[in-house]
Design a protein around this ligand. Structure first.
Ligand code: HEM
Ligand code: HEM
Length: 275
């Protein structure tokens, strides 16, 4: 059953009415998201155990090979994370406008900072009503770029730097990442940086999960289910969709709204039982 339509209440960006659902995250982005989530979870647990190994067990070492397995699982997950990251980057030119949102932010636009501040106020329980975004909100974009994308790249570079210490001279790991050890000063420093970067990306992950669930409950749009189905559902018909930074997104929303309105005219206040 269709939700009741509300009359136009004034609007931003020339919209008269928000659509009820929009397709936002294409399947490659969704598959990448969940593969990455799993990989980071496995990498954090095994990484912690590499740094703080379990107590040694009795008997012949090769019979149990506990730390060997922990390292092997770390490396399998590391390859998974890195290949998924590469595929995600390669998807940028093929994906929709939302697929580019976490790789750049319009830091030079005053409007962007204003909207980011609004989000900080909303999450800080200062602002009473949340804004409504089709893709990511400005604060999410900021943290996804500076904490997730750059943090994960750092982990991949330092991780393969460490890994290349055990690969043959002339291997691609050495050729591409061997320099990181001398750049850091020593292998131990590189390891420490790799370790610290884990906490940086984990901080993002924990805050991200909390905010996704909080927004799912308190916000005006669907959240967790959007990363499963790809569809963003709008709970109310307010008109202030704020994804204004990307003209392509804006044109898409406007086209959807016009199509909706052509199908179903907005009822007058009288027709809504006010007369
Ligand atoms: C989210 C991603 C990752 C996390 C959270 C993570 C975490 C960690 C941690 C905490 C350590 C232990 C450092 C220490 O001893 O203080 C470690 C070690 C290591 N990691 Fe990662 N890592 C990640 C990605 C990677 C990647 C992409 C590679 C690439 C192959 C990698 C390769 C290694 C290697 C080679 C070691 C050293 C293992 C050893 O010396 O036994 N890591 N990692
Ligand atoms: C290690 C854990 C996680 C990491 C590193 C992570 C990372 C990310 C990143 C980078 C994006 C941006 C996707 C893009 O536009 O390409 C994203 C979006 C999203 N993630 Fe996660 N995620 C994690 C766990 C989760 C979990 C457990 C959930 C569900 C409860 C979740 C729900 C979402 C949702 C709903 C979005 C879209 C948010 C929006 O539209 O603004 N994530 N995540």
């Amino acid at each position: 059953m269709k939700p009741p339509l509300s009359p136009p209440t004034g609007h931003s960006h020339g919209l008269t009415r928000a659509p009820k659902a929009m397709y936002v995250y294409e399947w490659p982005v969704r598959v990448w998201h969940w593969v990455t989530t799993l990989a980071i979870f496995v990498l954090a647990v095994t990484g912690y155990l590499i740094a703080k190994p379990l107590h040694s067990v009795g008997g012949e070492a090769s019979d149990s090979w506990v730390n060997g397995w922990i390292r092997t699982i770390h490396f399998v997950a590391a390859y998974g994370l890195s290949v998924a990251f590469l595929m995600r980057v390669l998807w940028i030119p093929f994906g929709n406008a939302h697929s580019r949102e976490i790789f750049w932010v319009p830091l030079w636009k005053a409007a962007y900072w204003k909207e980011l501040l609004q989000e900080v106020r909303w999450y800080g329980l200062v602002k009473k009503a949340p804004a409504k975004y089709v893709g990511h909100n400005p604060l999410a974009r900021f943290s996804m770029l500076f904490m997730f994308v750059l943090g994960t790249l750092f982990l991949i570079f330092t991780g393969f730097g460490l890994y290349s210490e055990g690969t043959a001279a002339g291997s691609w790991q050495r050729a591409l990442f061997g320099w990181t050890s001398s750049f850091a000063g020593s292998s131990m420093t590189l390891r420490t940086w790799h370790h610290l970067a884990m906490y940086y990306v984990l901080a993002f992950s924990v805050i991200h999960m909390y905010l996704v669930l909080r927004e799912d409950i308190m916000g005006r749009t669907s959240m967790a289910s959007t990363m499963v189905s790809g569809w963003r559902l709008f709970r109310d018909e307010g008109t202030d969709i704020d994804d204004a930074e990307e003209p392509a997104i804006r044109r898409g929303i406007e086209a959807e709204v016009r199509a909706e309105e052509a199908k179903e005219p907005v009822p007058s206040p009288a027709a809504q039982g006010k007369g």
